[in-house]
Design a protein around this ligand. Structure first.
Ligand code: MF3
Ligand code: CO
Ligand code: CO
Length: 325
Protein backbone atom coordinates (compact mmCIF):
# COMPACT_ATOMS: atom_id res chain seq x y z
CA UNK A 1 0.00 0.00 0.00
CA UNK A 2 1.12 3.53 -0.70
CA UNK A 3 0.54 6.62 1.38
CA UNK A 4 -1.08 6.93 4.74
CA UNK A 5 -2.38 3.58 6.02
CA UNK A 6 -6.12 3.34 6.41
CA UNK A 7 -7.30 3.81 9.96
CA UNK A 8 -8.75 0.39 10.65
CA UNK A 9 -10.50 1.15 13.90
CA UNK A 10 -14.11 2.11 14.03
CA UNK A 11 -14.95 0.58 10.67
CA UNK A 12 -18.10 -1.09 11.87
CA UNK A 13 -20.61 1.35 13.35
CA UNK A 14 -24.25 0.84 14.02
CA UNK A 15 -26.45 2.70 11.55
CA UNK A 16 -28.72 4.29 14.09
CA UNK A 17 -30.31 7.71 14.07
CA UNK A 18 -29.37 9.68 17.18
CA UNK A 19 -32.01 10.71 19.70
CA UNK A 20 -31.99 14.10 21.43
CA UNK A 21 -30.55 12.87 24.73
CA UNK A 22 -27.87 10.64 23.23
CA UNK A 23 -24.28 11.88 23.46
CA UNK A 24 -23.52 13.93 20.34
CA UNK A 25 -21.74 12.04 17.59
CA UNK A 26 -19.03 14.71 17.39
CA UNK A 27 -17.38 13.54 20.61
CA UNK A 28 -18.02 16.80 22.50
CA UNK A 29 -19.54 14.87 25.41
CA UNK A 30 -22.64 17.06 25.28
CA UNK A 31 -26.12 15.80 24.56
CA UNK A 32 -26.95 15.70 20.88
CA UNK A 33 -29.82 18.18 21.43
CA UNK A 34 -27.44 20.71 23.05
CA UNK A 35 -24.73 20.24 20.45
CA UNK A 36 -25.09 19.53 16.72
CA UNK A 37 -28.87 19.20 16.89
CA UNK A 38 -28.98 22.81 18.14
CA UNK A 39 -27.38 24.08 14.94
CA UNK A 40 -30.72 25.41 13.69
CA UNK A 41 -30.78 22.66 11.11
CA UNK A 42 -27.47 23.76 9.52
CA UNK A 43 -24.84 21.25 8.56
CA UNK A 44 -21.72 21.61 10.69
CA UNK A 45 -18.21 20.37 9.94
CA UNK A 46 -17.38 17.03 11.58
CA UNK A 47 -14.19 15.12 12.16
CA UNK A 48 -12.22 14.05 9.10
CA UNK A 49 -10.44 10.68 9.24
CA UNK A 50 -6.94 10.12 7.79
CA UNK A 51 -6.45 9.95 4.02
CA UNK A 52 -6.94 6.41 2.70
CA UNK A 53 -4.13 4.57 0.93
CA UNK A 54 -4.22 3.17 -2.61
CA UNK A 55 -2.44 -0.10 -3.52
CA UNK A 56 0.91 0.35 -5.32
CA UNK A 57 -0.25 -1.34 -8.52
CA UNK A 58 -2.70 1.49 -9.31
CA UNK A 59 -1.04 4.37 -11.18
CA UNK A 60 -1.38 7.60 -9.19
CA UNK A 61 -2.09 11.12 -10.43
CA UNK A 62 0.96 13.34 -10.90
CA UNK A 63 -0.11 15.51 -7.93
CA UNK A 64 -0.85 12.79 -5.40
CA UNK A 65 2.51 13.15 -3.63
CA UNK A 66 2.98 16.93 -3.91
CA UNK A 67 -0.60 18.21 -3.89
CA UNK A 68 0.17 20.40 -6.93
CA UNK A 69 -0.92 19.28 -10.42
CA UNK A 70 1.71 19.57 -13.17
CA UNK A 71 0.57 21.58 -16.16
CA UNK A 72 0.51 19.69 -19.43
CA UNK A 73 -0.15 21.27 -22.78
CA UNK A 74 -3.42 19.56 -23.65
CA UNK A 75 -5.78 20.49 -26.49
CA UNK A 76 -9.50 21.03 -25.86
CA UNK A 77 -10.22 18.66 -28.77
CA UNK A 78 -8.99 15.21 -27.81
CA UNK A 79 -7.56 12.42 -29.97
CA UNK A 80 -9.72 9.33 -30.60
CA UNK A 81 -7.35 7.40 -28.32
CA UNK A 82 -7.86 9.79 -25.40
CA UNK A 83 -11.63 9.80 -25.96
CA UNK A 84 -11.71 6.00 -25.88
CA UNK A 85 -9.75 5.99 -22.61
CA UNK A 86 -12.15 8.62 -21.23
CA UNK A 87 -15.07 6.30 -22.03
CA UNK A 88 -13.45 3.75 -19.73
CA UNK A 89 -12.63 6.26 -16.95
CA UNK A 90 -16.11 7.72 -17.27
CA UNK A 91 -17.76 4.32 -16.95
CA UNK A 92 -15.67 3.56 -13.87
CA UNK A 93 -16.62 6.89 -12.25
CA UNK A 94 -20.30 6.24 -12.97
CA UNK A 95 -20.06 2.76 -11.43
CA UNK A 96 -18.36 4.10 -8.30
CA UNK A 97 -21.10 6.74 -8.04
CA UNK A 98 -23.84 4.09 -8.33
CA UNK A 99 -22.22 1.83 -5.72
CA UNK A 100 -21.79 4.72 -3.32
CA UNK A 101 -25.25 6.13 -3.90
CA UNK A 102 -26.77 2.74 -3.11
CA UNK A 103 -25.23 2.98 0.38
CA UNK A 104 -26.90 6.32 1.19
CA UNK A 105 -29.25 5.83 4.18
CA UNK A 106 -30.11 7.52 7.49
CA UNK A 107 -27.34 6.93 10.05
CA UNK A 108 -24.58 6.32 7.49
CA UNK A 109 -21.73 8.81 7.84
CA UNK A 110 -20.26 10.56 4.83
CA UNK A 111 -16.91 9.08 5.92
CA UNK A 112 -18.45 5.63 5.42
CA UNK A 113 -19.56 6.68 1.93
CA UNK A 114 -15.98 7.77 1.24
CA UNK A 115 -14.67 4.40 2.37
CA UNK A 116 -17.17 2.54 0.16
CA UNK A 117 -16.28 4.72 -2.84
CA UNK A 118 -12.56 4.33 -2.19
CA UNK A 119 -12.85 0.55 -2.26
CA UNK A 120 -14.96 0.70 -5.44
CA UNK A 121 -12.28 2.77 -7.24
CA UNK A 122 -9.55 0.39 -6.16
CA UNK A 123 -11.52 -2.69 -7.22
CA UNK A 124 -11.72 -1.15 -10.70
CA UNK A 125 -8.01 -0.28 -10.87
CA UNK A 126 -8.74 3.46 -10.62
CA UNK A 127 -7.10 6.16 -8.50
CA UNK A 128 -9.42 8.66 -6.75
CA UNK A 129 -8.65 11.93 -8.59
CA UNK A 130 -9.45 14.11 -5.59
CA UNK A 131 -6.88 12.50 -3.23
CA UNK A 132 -4.44 15.28 -2.28
CA UNK A 133 -5.62 17.41 -5.22
CA UNK A 134 -4.46 20.84 -4.00
CA UNK A 135 -4.42 19.08 -0.61
CA UNK A 136 -8.00 17.77 -0.69
CA UNK A 137 -8.02 14.89 1.83
CA UNK A 138 -10.69 12.44 0.60
CA UNK A 139 -11.67 10.19 -2.32
CA UNK A 140 -15.06 11.83 -3.04
CA UNK A 141 -16.96 14.99 -2.15
CA UNK A 142 -20.18 14.68 -0.10
CA UNK A 143 -22.32 17.80 0.01
CA UNK A 144 -25.31 17.73 2.37
CA UNK A 145 -28.37 20.07 2.26
CA UNK A 146 -27.14 23.70 2.04
CA UNK A 147 -23.63 22.57 1.11
CA UNK A 148 -23.23 23.52 -2.56
CA UNK A 149 -20.10 21.49 -3.32
CA UNK A 150 -16.76 20.21 -2.00
CA UNK A 151 -18.17 18.87 1.24
CA UNK A 152 -15.40 16.79 2.85
CA UNK A 153 -16.58 13.38 4.09
CA UNK A 154 -16.61 13.33 7.88
CA UNK A 155 -18.24 11.58 10.83
CA UNK A 156 -21.64 13.30 10.49
CA UNK A 157 -24.33 10.63 10.12
CA UNK A 158 -26.84 11.33 7.36
CA UNK A 159 -30.25 12.20 8.78
CA UNK A 160 -33.67 11.17 7.54
CA UNK A 161 -34.80 14.01 5.26
CA UNK A 162 -31.31 15.13 4.15
CA UNK A 163 -30.22 15.42 0.54
CA UNK A 164 -26.60 14.52 -0.23
CA UNK A 165 -24.56 15.02 -3.37
CA UNK A 166 -21.84 12.45 -4.03
CA UNK A 167 -19.14 13.60 -6.49
CA UNK A 168 -16.82 10.93 -7.91
CA UNK A 169 -13.77 11.48 -10.11
CA UNK A 170 -11.78 8.45 -11.30
CA UNK A 171 -8.26 8.52 -12.78
CA UNK A 172 -7.56 5.42 -14.87
CA UNK A 173 -5.78 4.89 -18.19
CA UNK A 174 -4.11 8.30 -17.74
CA UNK A 175 -7.39 10.26 -17.91
CA UNK A 176 -10.15 11.44 -15.59
CA UNK A 177 -13.91 10.77 -15.54
CA UNK A 178 -16.03 13.09 -13.35
CA UNK A 179 -19.70 12.74 -12.36
CA UNK A 180 -22.02 13.39 -9.46
CA UNK A 181 -25.61 12.96 -8.34
CA UNK A 182 -27.80 14.11 -5.47
CA UNK A 183 -29.52 11.42 -3.38
CA UNK A 184 -32.44 11.63 -0.98
CA UNK A 185 -31.91 10.22 2.52
CA UNK A 186 -35.04 8.41 3.74
CA UNK A 187 -38.20 10.52 3.56
CA UNK A 188 -37.46 13.91 1.99
CA UNK A 189 -39.90 16.84 1.86
CA UNK A 190 -41.60 17.61 -1.45
CA UNK A 191 -39.82 20.94 -1.97
CA UNK A 192 -36.39 19.31 -1.68
CA UNK A 193 -37.42 16.46 -3.96
CA UNK A 194 -38.52 19.02 -6.55
CA UNK A 195 -35.19 20.86 -6.23
CA UNK A 196 -33.33 17.61 -6.86
CA UNK A 197 -35.44 16.65 -9.89
CA UNK A 198 -35.29 20.12 -11.47
CA UNK A 199 -31.51 20.16 -10.98
CA UNK A 200 -31.20 16.84 -12.81
CA UNK A 201 -33.35 18.31 -15.60
CA UNK A 202 -31.07 21.38 -15.69
CA UNK A 203 -28.04 19.15 -16.23
CA UNK A 204 -29.83 17.20 -18.95
CA UNK A 205 -31.09 20.37 -20.67
CA UNK A 206 -27.52 21.66 -20.61
CA UNK A 207 -26.34 18.46 -22.30
CA UNK A 208 -29.15 18.73 -24.86
CA UNK A 209 -27.87 22.22 -25.75
CA UNK A 210 -24.43 20.86 -26.74
CA UNK A 211 -23.97 21.26 -30.48
CA UNK A 212 -20.86 21.68 -32.62
CA UNK A 213 -20.66 25.15 -34.11
CA UNK A 214 -22.53 26.73 -31.20
CA UNK A 215 -20.97 28.76 -28.35
CA UNK A 216 -20.62 27.22 -24.88
CA UNK A 217 -22.92 29.99 -23.58
CA UNK A 218 -25.88 28.05 -25.05
CA UNK A 219 -25.47 25.55 -22.21
CA UNK A 220 -25.83 28.05 -19.38
CA UNK A 221 -28.65 29.78 -21.20
CA UNK A 222 -30.69 26.55 -21.27
CA UNK A 223 -29.90 25.71 -17.64
CA UNK A 224 -30.61 29.18 -16.27
CA UNK A 225 -33.95 29.43 -18.08
CA UNK A 226 -35.18 26.20 -16.48
CA UNK A 227 -33.86 27.00 -13.00
CA UNK A 228 -35.25 30.53 -12.87
CA UNK A 229 -38.63 29.33 -14.17
CA UNK A 230 -38.79 27.36 -10.90
CA UNK A 231 -37.62 30.32 -8.81
CA UNK A 232 -34.21 28.76 -8.10
CA UNK A 233 -30.75 30.32 -8.11
CA UNK A 234 -27.90 29.17 -10.37
CA UNK A 235 -24.57 29.07 -8.51
CA UNK A 236 -21.98 31.23 -10.29
CA UNK A 237 -18.80 30.59 -8.30
CA UNK A 238 -18.31 27.05 -9.65
CA UNK A 239 -18.53 26.06 -13.31
CA UNK A 240 -18.11 23.02 -15.54
CA UNK A 241 -14.62 22.43 -16.89
CA UNK A 242 -12.55 20.82 -19.58
CA UNK A 243 -11.20 17.42 -18.55
CA UNK A 244 -8.91 14.76 -20.02
CA UNK A 245 -5.39 13.85 -18.98
CA UNK A 246 -5.86 16.70 -16.47
CA UNK A 247 -8.71 17.16 -13.99
CA UNK A 248 -9.62 20.84 -14.51
CA UNK A 249 -8.61 22.57 -17.75
CA UNK A 250 -10.16 25.00 -20.23
CA UNK A 251 -12.83 25.59 -21.28
CA UNK A 252 -14.92 26.93 -18.39
CA UNK A 253 -18.59 26.05 -18.72
CA UNK A 254 -20.81 28.49 -16.79
CA UNK A 255 -24.25 27.21 -15.83
CA UNK A 256 -25.80 30.69 -16.16
CA UNK A 257 -25.95 32.74 -19.33
CA UNK A 258 -22.56 34.35 -19.84
CA UNK A 259 -22.03 35.92 -23.27
CA UNK A 260 -18.28 35.72 -22.62
CA UNK A 261 -18.44 31.92 -22.83
CA UNK A 262 -17.92 32.33 -26.55
CA UNK A 263 -15.75 29.27 -27.23
CA UNK A 264 -17.32 27.42 -30.14
CA UNK A 265 -18.01 23.74 -29.45
CA UNK A 266 -16.18 21.31 -31.74
CA UNK A 267 -16.41 17.53 -32.13
CA UNK A 268 -13.91 15.86 -29.80
CA UNK A 269 -14.03 18.54 -27.07
CA UNK A 270 -14.47 17.03 -23.62
CA UNK A 271 -15.89 18.91 -20.64
CA UNK A 272 -18.25 18.56 -17.71
CA UNK A 273 -21.70 20.05 -17.17
CA UNK A 274 -22.43 20.16 -13.43
CA UNK A 275 -25.03 22.76 -12.44
CA UNK A 276 -25.43 23.60 -8.76
CA UNK A 277 -28.98 24.86 -8.26
CA UNK A 278 -30.12 26.48 -5.02
CA UNK A 279 -33.63 26.83 -3.63
CA UNK A 280 -32.94 30.51 -2.85
CA UNK A 281 -29.92 32.68 -3.53
CA UNK A 282 -27.12 31.78 -5.97
CA UNK A 283 -24.63 33.40 -3.57
CA UNK A 284 -22.27 31.20 -1.60
CA UNK A 285 -20.04 31.47 1.42
CA UNK A 286 -17.08 29.33 2.38
CA UNK A 287 -16.39 27.23 5.44
CA UNK A 288 -13.13 27.77 7.31
CA UNK A 289 -11.77 24.53 5.86
CA UNK A 290 -11.11 26.45 2.65
CA UNK A 291 -13.00 23.91 0.51
CA UNK A 292 -16.65 23.67 1.38
CA UNK A 293 -19.13 26.13 -0.15
CA UNK A 294 -22.59 26.61 1.37
CA UNK A 295 -25.51 28.77 0.25
CA UNK A 296 -25.37 32.27 1.74
CA UNK A 297 -29.00 31.98 2.88
CA UNK A 298 -28.78 28.45 4.28
CA UNK A 299 -31.35 27.06 1.84
CA UNK A 300 -30.68 23.76 0.12
CA UNK A 301 -28.66 23.24 -3.06
CA UNK A 302 -28.51 20.24 -5.41
CA UNK A 303 -26.15 19.21 -8.21
CA UNK A 304 -25.81 16.68 -11.03
CA UNK A 305 -22.71 16.20 -13.22
CA UNK A 306 -21.69 14.34 -16.35
CA UNK A 307 -18.47 14.30 -18.37
CA UNK A 308 -19.20 14.40 -22.11
CA UNK A 309 -17.60 14.63 -25.52
CA UNK A 310 -18.97 16.81 -28.32
CA UNK A 311 -19.99 14.69 -31.33
CA UNK A 312 -20.89 15.63 -34.92
CA UNK A 313 -24.52 16.09 -33.92
CA UNK A 314 -24.56 16.80 -30.14
CA UNK A 315 -23.00 15.15 -27.11
CA UNK A 316 -22.00 11.67 -25.98
CA UNK A 317 -22.17 11.24 -22.20
CA UNK A 318 -18.99 9.53 -20.99
CA UNK A 319 -20.31 8.89 -17.46
CA UNK A 320 -23.67 7.19 -18.19
CA UNK A 321 -25.60 5.78 -15.27
CA UNK A 322 -24.93 2.01 -15.23
CA UNK A 323 -27.92 -0.25 -15.89
CA UNK A 324 -29.72 -1.10 -12.63
CA UNK A 325 -28.64 -4.50 -11.26
N1 MF3 B 1 -15.28 16.65 -8.77
C1 MF3 B 1 -15.31 18.08 -8.56
C2 MF3 B 1 -15.73 18.68 -9.89
O1 MF3 B 1 -16.76 18.33 -10.35
C3 MF3 B 1 -14.01 18.62 -8.12
C4 MF3 B 1 -13.59 18.17 -6.79
S1 MF3 B 1 -12.02 18.78 -6.47
C5 MF3 B 1 -11.82 18.50 -4.83
O2 MF3 B 1 -15.05 19.40 -10.54
F1 MF3 B 1 -10.58 18.71 -4.60
F2 MF3 B 1 -12.62 19.26 -4.17
F3 MF3 B 1 -12.15 17.26 -4.55
CO1 CO C 1 -16.32 18.41 -12.41
CO1 CO D 1 -17.16 16.28 -10.00
Amino acid sequence: MRGVPAAGAGAARAHRVLRSNDPCWCGSGRKYKRCHKASDGRVLPGRVSPMLAVPDGIPATDYYLTGEPRHLDEPMVKSPDVIERMRVAGRVAAEVLAVTGAAVAPGVTTDELDRIAHQAYVERGAFPSTLNYHGYPKSICTSVNEVICHGIPDDRPLEDGDIVNVDVTAYVGGVHGDCNATFCVGEVDAASRALVEVTRQCRDLGIAAVRPGRPLSDIGKAIEAHATAHGYGVVRMFVGHGIGRQFHIPPSVPHYYDPEAATVMEPGMTFTIEPMISAGTWREKMWDNGWTAVTADGRRSAQFEHTLVVTDTGAEVLTPEPPAR
